[in-house]
Design a protein around this ligand. Structure first.
Ligand SMILES: [Fe+2]
Length: 272
């Protein structure tokens, strides 16, 4: 598609950005609900690139690694657009695995063909694994690095998005056009609270209400791979904002204390 060279130069990144814009533009139509949801993922993809570059700089990656990181971020959710237009949901359980769909799209359209095979593999693996509950245990080296990076960058932006999204929903329910995957009821599940207090990862299948989802998102701190990510989240007060959308109960207070103690401990451990 772009001619092939051995290393990932900056102009390839630029071309991938143009390809992304064109590809995504093709999905918009007359349905406002679909458009609003597409826009959410389009903007998420762009911001995830920014988050990726921020982390790449914090971790001192070199220029080439920085570019691989950016392209991974740009394409990590490329399957989301076809997924939403076809199934009108972002729930993989109710539709398809958007990571695998993304890879299929990139391969079918030969998008990553101009990238050196070993680098292409890094990008593809990181995309494939980004939505998994856990990374496979046998990854190492650069593959592990980029897989960890995209998972952190993705989660940082999702935390930013949901805090914005919950406040829009709270302030103006009638105008809210995005998909809510779970019922907005005042309750939350005791098992989810218990899980978070024990430092356990929460599986999406355990979630019953929107509050459970917010708790699960707080619990993402356990999954963050780099202290730099946690520092960044702390600096932007994303956890405080998220807690603000949960009911003020003793349980939630305990969750809050646990989460903040955990984050502060990991940040201190890295510095000290
Ligand atoms: Fe994704």
């Amino acid at each position: 598609m772009f001619g092939s060279d051995e290393v990932m130069e900056q102009d390839k990144v630029e071309k991938f950005r143009v390809w992304f814009d064109d590809y995504v533009a093709g999905f918009y139509g007359d349905d406002e609900f679909v458009n609003a949801n597409l826009k959410l993922k389009e903007e998420h993809s762009r911001r995830t690139c920014e988050e990726m570059l921020y982390l790449a700089d914090e971790l001192g990656l070199d220029e080439n690694q920085r570019r691989i990181a950016e392209v991974t971020a740009l394409f990590h959710d490329i399957g989301r657009f076809e997924q939403f237009v076809k199934y009108r949901t972002y729930s993989d359980v109710r539709s398809v695995d958007h990571c695998l769909l993304g890879l299929e799209i990139l391969r079918k359209r030969k998008v990553l063909e101009p990238v050196d095979v070993s680098e292409r593999e890094l990008i593809e693996k990181a995309i494939e694994y980004h939505g998994r509950r856990e990374l496979p245990g046998d990854l190492d080296g650069q593959c592990l690095l980029f897989s960890k990076l995209i998972r952190d960058a993705d989660k940082v932006d999702v935390l930013y998005v949901v805090t914005d999204y919950y406040s829009q929903y709270r302030d103006n329910r009638e105008e809210f056009k995005l998909e809510l995957e779970l019922p907005d009821e005042p309750r939350y599940s005791a098992e989810v609270v218990e899980g978070i207090l024990r430092g356990r990862r929460i599986d999406y299948s355990e979630l019953r209400t929107l509050n459970d989802l917010k708790l699960c998102q707080l619990g993402w701190v356990y999954d963050m791979n780099f202290a730099a990510t946690l520092r960044w989240i702390r600096q932007r007060k994303l956890l405080e904002k998220l807690v603000g959308f949960l009911p003020e109960t003793a349980d939630i207070e305990r969750v809050k204390e646990k989460i903040f103690a955990y984050v502060d401990c990991r940040i201190r451990r890295e510095i000290g």
